[in-house]
Design a protein around this ligand. Structure first.
Ligand code: SF4
Length: 211
């Protein structure tokens, strides 16, 4: 058994225990294909996860980027932050904060899925989190895609001001108080409450079933 698989098994066992579920209750992501008839299951991750780690090592070696150290000697890996915006507590963990070749700070979020996120709002929240926590605001943000071993285009996070992010939080808070929760169908595949969701399980009485 490889070192990767040993570590993977150890972390998987921790997650299973934390969830209070059985491993068999976990769903495999991805799509059924000829190559992956069981989707991206345990075997898929053992094989591909190791390659993703290798890609990260190679990318790091070639990037010329270094880790930002909010505290000297402690690199910004899984950097935990806890901020309050409009009386709402927001917890965040930044995968990496790095310094590029030009000496600028870059928030880097690791993505193991196949889809590049359609929005950089998550990175905007992180920029505000760093500003409020450390008094330093990273200008740039990017996603590192583990399946290709490359980063997405650097996005300028300056437009995500504290005011703008706070306004989003305020609107969310108002919606929550009014119990307005809009369904987000792009996440149904991995949703833990899909069997209870009336939007997902809604049957239109005016539509005839195919016979
Ligand atoms: S199943 Fe319902 S609750 Fe879950 S992600 Fe889809 S719309 Fe949202």
């Amino acid at each position: 058994m490889s070192d990767f698989q040993k570590k993977f098994d150890e972390l998987l066992a921790q997650q299973v225990e934390k969830s209070g579920k059985l491993l068999t209750e976990f769903k495999a992501a991805g799509r059924v294909s000829k190559a992956n008839p069981n989707k991206e299951d345990y075997s898929w991750w053992v094989e591909n996860g190791q390659e993703m780690v290798q890609r990260w090592v190679e990318w790091r070696d070639g990037s010329g980027w270094d880790f930002f150290e909010p505290t000297p000697g402690v690199p910004a890996i899984e950097l935990g932050m806890d901020i309050i915006l409009d009386e709402v507590q927001i917890k965040m963990f930044l995968d990496r904060v790095m310094i590029n070749q030009d000496g600028e700070l870059v928030i880097l979020d690791l993505k193991t899925g196949s889809r590049t996120p359609s929005s950089d709002l998550q990175l905007g929240f992180y920029a505000v989190g760093m500003e409020k926590t450390f008094g330093i605001r990273p200008k740039w943000g990017t996603y590192w895609m583990a399946r290709t071993g490359t980063t997405t285009e650097l996005v300028d996070l300056d437009h995500y001001s504290t005011e703008m992010i706070t306004e989003i939080v305020t609107k969310f808070k108002k919606a929550q108080h009014a119990e307005i929760y809009l369904p987000n169908f792009s996440h149904c595949q991995m949703c833990g409450v899909v069997q209870y969701c009336r939007f997902k399980n809604f049957k239109n009485p005016n539509v005839k079933e195919n016979s």
